[in-house]
Design a protein around this ligand. Structure first.
Ligand SMILES: [Fe+2]
Length: 410
């Protein structure tokens, strides 16, 4: 069985990660031939893009067209649709997109990870690696046409050729790279540093600010570009300081307005400056006291959370619970649970805003599980029939109090 999109790793795309980060990342392009060999079809195919376009409600925000190196106005391939219930919306008209494509336009889909699960998995691989959001863009170029005129992008780009071939020209990044988008006139760039033809499965990495241009040859070309903009030191330090200054210590409002004559005589501005000095000293002390390991982990987690890679599969989780067997082991989740007093054999329980009364036996088991460990769902209620135990465990799992233990942890 081949590697599926879900278990694809960053190393399978760019090779040895250590040498990638030492020699190429943020420095120079990397070309990796046949990285995905014949497995690119798991990611996306030309047919899948037909399917996406055929969906009735593709927002124009997802589809862009470029012809002769220039963007095409979305008015050329959208129309206003709507009904009384939903109001008006701009939607893409597939026939017009096909017409423009036949006449030489390159079609691209932004944020393909919003539309196709394999693209979502691919974006997750990059989001985990760089601890920041990643975007997957698909480019479909008709045979014999240029995609975009020579330009550079403000983000790092990983190109994966999917179908057909594409000729790439890549120029040496300028010494003072800037994080912007720039187009270059044809005569300004000189000889490219790299001229290559990408075939299905090839991967090309371009650090941000690397000028490039690409053209399809005798076949339709489909490639994916995964883009990332990892945070710089300045971004991370700002985030750290932002977190520290949330403290009550920095909440007061100092006087910074124009001083009146009397204020000035009082030396008001001088007092504000003194207090400023104290606050800076306080902030420095807190910065110095930070545990660097914990803080870098917090920053990485915050970046991954922004990318949404930890999103749970709630429908799948709930559906799996219905199949919870007596042998399956369950344990407590992180969800806080408040157990109240016992009355007539029932204990009140508050979780996620739900209040309910559970048999005391359930409360006892929950208290025991609070200390860690797991037990089989069939033995959840000591002394009760197995099916009653399983029902109670399922109900608590639906409320988010219990979770099934994965086979690996059992
Ligand atoms: Fe580009």
């Amino acid at each position: 069985m081949g590697i599926t999109a879900a278990d694809r790793t960053f190393a399978s795309l760019i090779g040895d990660t250590e040498s990638f980060f030492a020699q190429h990342f943020d420095r120079q392009p990397l070309l990796r031939r046949g990285a995905l060999a014949d497995r690119v079809g798991d990611l996306v195919t030309v047919d899948r893009l037909d399917d996406v376009l055929a969906m009735q409600a593709v927002s124009p925000a997802y589809v862009r067209l470029a012809k002769n190196g220039q963007g095409v106005s979305s008015k050329a391939y959208t129309r206003t649709t709507g009904d009384h219930a939903t109001g008006l919306a701009e939607t893409v008209v597939p026939e017009r997109v096909y017409e423009l494509f036949r006449s030489g336009a390159t079609v691209s889909w932004n944020h393909l990870e919003h539309l196709l699960p394999p693209a979502r998995h691919l974006a997750d691989v990059f989001a985990r690696t760089f601890a920041c959001p990643a975007e997957v863009v698909a480019f479909l170029t008709p045979a014999g046409h240029d995609g975009y005129a020579p330009h550079h992008d403000p983000v790092d780009v990983f190109v994966i050729q999917i179908e057909g071939t594409k000729d790439w020209q890549v120029w040496q990044p300028p010494a003072d790279r800037r994080g912007d988008s720039v187009r270059y006139p044809a005569d300004q760039l000189g000889e490219p540093a790299l001229r290559t033809t990408l075939r299905p499965g090839d991967v090309l990495y371009l650090p941000y600010g690397t000028p490039h241009a690409a053209a399809a040859r005798e076949q339709v070309s489909l490639h994916l570009s995964v883009t990332v903009a990892p945070r710089r030191w300045r971004d991370l330090l700002v985030e750290t300081v932002q977190e520290l200054v949330r403290d009550e210590e920095f909440h007061d409002v100092p006087f910074l307005g124009e001083a009146t004559a009397r204020d000035a005589a009082d030396g008001h501005r001088g007092r504000t400056a003194d207090r400023y000095r104290e606050k800076v000293a306080e902030l420095c002390a807190r910065l110095t006291a930070l545990a660097a390991d914990d803080e870098t982990e917090r920053l990485a987690e915050a970046g991954r959370a922004r990318a949404g890679v930890d999103r749970s599969r709630e429908f799948a989780r709930l559906a799996a619970l219905d199949a919870l067997t007596a042998e399956a082991r369950v344990r407590r989740t992180e969800a806080p649970v408040e157990l109240g007093a016992s009355l007539d054999g029932k204990t009140s329980l508050l979780v996620n805003g739900h209040r309910l009364a559970v048999p005391d036996a359930v409360a006892d088991t929950l208290r025991a599980l609070e200390r860690g460990g797991s037990l089989p769902a069939g033995g959840f209620l000591a002394g009760a029939p197995e099916d009653r135990s399983v029902r109670a465990a399922r109900q608590l799992a639906r409320l988010g109090v219990l979770q099934a233990v994965g086979r690996a942890e059992a």
